[in-house]
Design a protein around this ligand. Structure first.
Ligand SMILES: [Zn+2]
Length: 278
């Protein structure tokens, strides 16, 4: 059974089946689905084909919601909807439009809370699965690829499993970002900026070859150093006269000549002491 991402948008909250503390009955509340934030297009479509089993209106927590039954006992649920475009018992094909993202019920902003259940929804611990392990999400792929370019070694599959979540958290921690495991706006901004910086092509080195009038701009110490190199090279037989050395010492060396001479010296060094004409 292949499910598709039921809307556009980034994951804003991850699935968590963390149980309540059995003694105090307090602690982490399970989050039985994943949240997809508001996007340019807030249409929702069926993650797979099936029948609309249930439509809920104005539920205190879920708001307006749809439950779809798929083959092999699977069910998907879409919560907090603004509008519902299907009716009970209607057959929907995969990717068919079913409603609009909203913020009905217990919600702080427009998003889709999406759940997957292997068995009748809501199935709690027995039936719920993490949709991020089934839904190939292109926005997750982008983040996995970006993290890999910074040295992480993730499989770029668009599935946000534990490894990807841990990598996102590691990255957020190391960059002093809020640590939540999802590639939120700040994290994406930082990743994109950092990669652009790292992969910025170095500016091409333009050599003013042939422009004899351009004089080498070096300070006294630099001229002395190069002149000494020329002197040494001449002593090794790379150059036949002391003209270059003199020019360099007196600041009369042109850029193109210096490039030519430095090339000869480098060549001589590469030739491991063998004399070359100069
Ligand atoms: Zn949610």
């Amino acid at each position: 059974m292949q499910f598709v991402k039921p809307c556009e948008g980034y994951i804003t909250s991850l699935y968590s089946s963390a149980r309540l503390d059995p003694v105090t009955n307090k602690g982490v509340r399970p989050h039985w689905g994943i949240d997809y934030g508001s996007a340019t297009n807030n249409k929702i479509w069926a993650a797979a084909s099936g029948y609309v089993r249930y439509i809920g209106w104005g539920h205190a927590t879920a708001g307006n919601y749809i439950v779809i039954r798929h083959p092999n006992g699977w069910e998907t649920a879409y919560l907090h909807l603004q509008t519902i475009a299907v009716s009970t018992k209607q057959y929907v094909s995969q990717s068919q439009y079913i409603g609009m993202k909203g913020s009905t019920g217990n919600s702080t902003g427009v998003h889709l809370h999406f759940e997957m259940s292997k068995g009748t929804w809501p199935g709690g611990y027995a039936n719920h699965v993490n949709p991020a392990l089934y839904i190939i999400d292109s926005t997750v792929k982008v983040v996995q690829d970006q993290l890999n370019r910074l040295g992480y070694q993730l499989v770029v599959d668009g599935l946000q499993g534990d490894r990807t979540t841990k990598a996102v958290m590691d990255y957020q921690k190391s960059r002093s970002l809020p640590v939540n495991g999802v590639a939120d706006h700040l994290t994406r901004l930082k990743l994109t900026k950092e990669i652009a910086e790292r992969e910025k092509p170095s500016p091409p080195i333009v050599l003013p070859i042939g422009k004899e009038e351009i004089m080498l701009e070096l300070n006294q110490r630099q001229r002395e150093e190069l002149a000494n190199v020329y002197q040494y090279a001449r002593e090794l037989g790379v150059f036949s006269s002391d003209e270059h050395e003199k020019e360099m010492r007196e600041g009369k060396m042109t850029v193109s000549k210096a490039i030519y001479l430095n090339g000869l010296i480098a060549g001589a060094a590469l030739a491991d002491g063998k004399r070359i004409g100069g």
